[in-house]
Design a protein around this ligand. Structure first.
Ligand code: AMP
Length: 281
């Protein structure tokens, strides 16, 4: 496993492998690796020949400065985890390497910026689209792997690809959870004990909604979730919505769509957690 920090070096490595017609799989991350990230890496290793993992905490996508500052970082421990996986290159560039010769673009994300994460984290998705565009341009992957934990992010990346005419296949990977159902996240490391004990209510609510979806209307489910968090003084609900994946819009009434997800964001003290579940699966 090579650790590469410079664009020149990774360009050479990729060009050499492309010349041999090797398929390149790419897993972009912000580090503080957990089993969610590792599942993406395993998928990449299963269907491509060269696996590149990037570790870069992208300041552009943090709309709250303290969130960026507190974001867990541990390159050494990430590298020692990655050694046990089929990873060919870890690309761990500095801020300057990524942004010094790059002009930040304004992507057309239309309604995405006014719902869910887009509404509550202004600028977040343009930051994500820019860093992924920049990384794709550097790594030039055939396939890139993203977790459905950040479903709206997958939609954003597909829009960015359309707009820029890049040729990268996006592979959507399932959400990996802790034993109690909590979706794995680097931010879980920041949860105090009293919060950690409470936050499984997030996924438990989603599982219940999936089981029982037919028995209540959209409005009734929204009230149901609101009530759960009204009674919960440590956790604050930021949003709960059903999304029709057909065009990633908020579902106001039930329809025949076969692809509906329920999305939630919750504040547990200073830590913000998101999760979602596919209602139809
Ligand atoms: P991050 O390091 O948080 O930017 O995440 C890097 C990639 O890992 C993104 O594609 C995430 O959607 C994915 N990811 C994060 N948590 C999980 C999880 N619990 N299950 C599956 N994928 C995940």
């Amino acid at each position: 496993m090579k650790v590469i920090k410079s664009i020149n070096e990774i360009n050479t490595f990729i060009a050499n492998n492309k010349r041999e017609n090797r398929l390149v799989g790419f897993v972009p991350t912000m580090g503080a690796l957990h089993e969610g990230h590792l599942s993406l890496i395993n998928e990449a290793a299963n269907d491509t020949e060269i696996v590149v993992v990037s570790i870069f905490v992208n300041p552009l996508q943090f709309n709250v400065k303290t969130d960026f500052e507190k974001y867990p970082r541990n390159l050494e421990s990430d590298l020692s985890i990655l050694k046990n996986y089929e990873v060919d290159v870890v690309f761990a560039p500095s801020y300057d390497e990524i942004y010094n010769d790059y002009k930040i673009r304004a992507f057309n994300l239309d309604h995405i910026n006014s719902i869910l994460e887009g509404e509550h984290r202004p600028g977040h998705f343009n930051g994500v689209a820019n860093v992924v565009y920049r990384l794709f341009s550097i790594v030039n992957p055939d396939k890139a792997y993203f977790g459905k934990k950040d479903y709206q992010q997958i939609y954003v990346i597909k829009k960015m690809i359309e707009e820029t005419n890049l040729h990268v296949e996006i592979v959507e990977c399932p959400i990996i959870r802790e034993e109690d159902g909590l979706a794995m996240s680097s931010r879980n490391k920041l949860l105090g004990k009293q919060y950690r004990e409470k936050v499984s209510i997030i996924s438990k609510s989603l599982f219940h909604i999936r089981e029982d979806f037919g028995n209540r209307s959209i409005e009734e489910w929204k009230k149901y979730v609101q009530n759960i968090f009204n009674e919960e003084n440590l956790l604050q609900l930021e949003y709960f919505e059903f999304i029709d994946l057909e065009n990633f819009t908020i579902l106001k009434e039930k329809n025949d769509s076969k692809d509906v997800i329920a999305c939630i964001a919750v504040h547990a003290g200073s830590v913000r957690l998101i999760d979602n579940i596919n209602i139809n699966s």
